[in-house]
Write a protein that binds this ligand. Structure first.
Ligand code: 5GP
Ligand code: MN
Length: 338
């Protein structure tokens, strides 16, 4: 395929100025795929900068290259210059430019050769080449495969392997979700072979809670969990004041939605968080219940079948009322999908 040959010759050719960007509030897959890729492209002799549209949780700071990441919100001018003058731009773990806020417009305008590496549904057509597979559990799995396909597996070192391991581990919910395929285990086995210490990565990501975060989880479980047994649904609604009271930091609400989903008989879980500009929503589901369609249709969002997100510009109470009403109306459709 000509496209692939062009891509390979750029990577194997003379030094390129490369920008890697990923989605708003990067998670381990977003940051791990970006920094894993950066380390690889650095080794291929290119000049590579990772730009994130926002900050990200402190439990990702251990990743190699973290200290070189530019946060667009802190350095908009510098980011804009880098994007405008880049020869290549990699977009990892998202496939719709609205997911990177104001950076999207800059990427759109840039003349750079664009590469989209992602595993979300319904990609928008903004890239020159797309490494896209919704069957992949994580973008990190695709980055691993890409490096192998380039014939460069031997360039993957311990630090890179740990970045990629982290993304695969978290996007499979710690190897628990149905996307934990045979290939996931095979790739992870290879990453361990290449030096990744899975136990260390697990500790860095899951066992670095602050006391505030643990107490916040306790509070959310006892005071903010709403269970709707007749709708097989449960959700948390977190106010701005709750976040302030527990000195919540970026990443502190991550994973809380899973407690609602862990309830027996619950098929849909949601977390509504009152942020400055909107209510941020996380949806999770089990089996064939597709929350991405629901999120796209009613909450300006999207994502994967069993893990999606969205936004609402109503108040918190109005948003949860609307959610309950929609669930009641769409129950048949939602729970009987095949
Ligand atoms: P989370 O609940 O962890 O923020 O997001 C879960 C999944 O939904 C992720 O794969 C994320 O990329 C996707 N997602 C979250 N928020 C949005 C959104 O506003 N729009 C779209 N299209 N996807 C989202
Ligand atoms: Mn991902």
């Amino acid at each position: 395929m000509q496209q692939l040959e062009d891509f390979k010759s750029k990577i194997n050719g003379p030094k390129q100025k490369i920008v890697i960007t990923t989605h708003h509030k990067p998670d381990a897959d977003a940051l791990g795929s970006s920094l894993g890729l950066k380390a690889y492209l650095d080794k291929k002799g290119h000049k590579v900068t990772v730009i994130t549209p926002s900050d990200y949780p402190a439990f990702l700071y251990w990743m190699k290259g973290n200290d070189t990441v530019i946060n667009y919100e802190e350095y908009p001018q510098k980011s804009a210059e880098l994007v405008a003058t880049a020869d290549m731009i990699f977009a990892t773990d998202f496939s719709c430019l609205s997911r990177i806020n104001d950076l999207g417009e800059l990427v759109q305008r840039s003349k750079a050769y664009k590469v989209n590496i992602d595993h979300h549904q319904d990609p928008k057509d903004f890239a020159d080449i797309r490494v896209w597979d919704t069957a992949a559990a994580a973008t990190c799995e695709l980055v691993y495969q890409l490096i192998v396909d380039m014939g460069d597996k031997d360039l993957i070192d311990k630090e890179m392997a740990e970045c990629l391991y982290a993304g695969i581990m978290t996007d499979t919910g710690g190897f628990r979700h149905p996307n934990t395929t045979k290939n996931v285990h095979l790739v992870v086995a290879e990453l361990i072979d290449l030096g990744a210490d899975g136990s260390r990565v697990t500790r860095m990501i899951y066992d670095t809670n602050s006391v505030n975060r643990l107490k916040f989880i306790g509070f959310a479980l006892s005071e903010r969990l709403v269970i709707l047994p007749h709708l097989q649904a449960a959700y948390f609604a977190i106010t701005k004041e709750d976040l302030e009271k527990y000195h919540s930091k970026t990443g502190d609400t991550e994973g809380i939605v899973n407690y609602a989903l862990s309830l027996e008989g619950i098929k849909i879980a949601a977390l509504f968080t009152e942020r400055e500009d909107a209510i941020k929503i996380s949806f999770r589901s089990v089996e064939d219940v597709a929350v991405n369609k629901f999120a796209a249709e009613f909450f300006d969002g999207g994502g994967h079948k069993n893990a999606s997100g969205g936004k609402s510009y109503l108040g918190l109470k109005e948003t949860t009322d609307r959610f309950e009403q929609l669930l009641a109306e769409k129950k048949e459709e939602l729970y009987n999908q095949k």
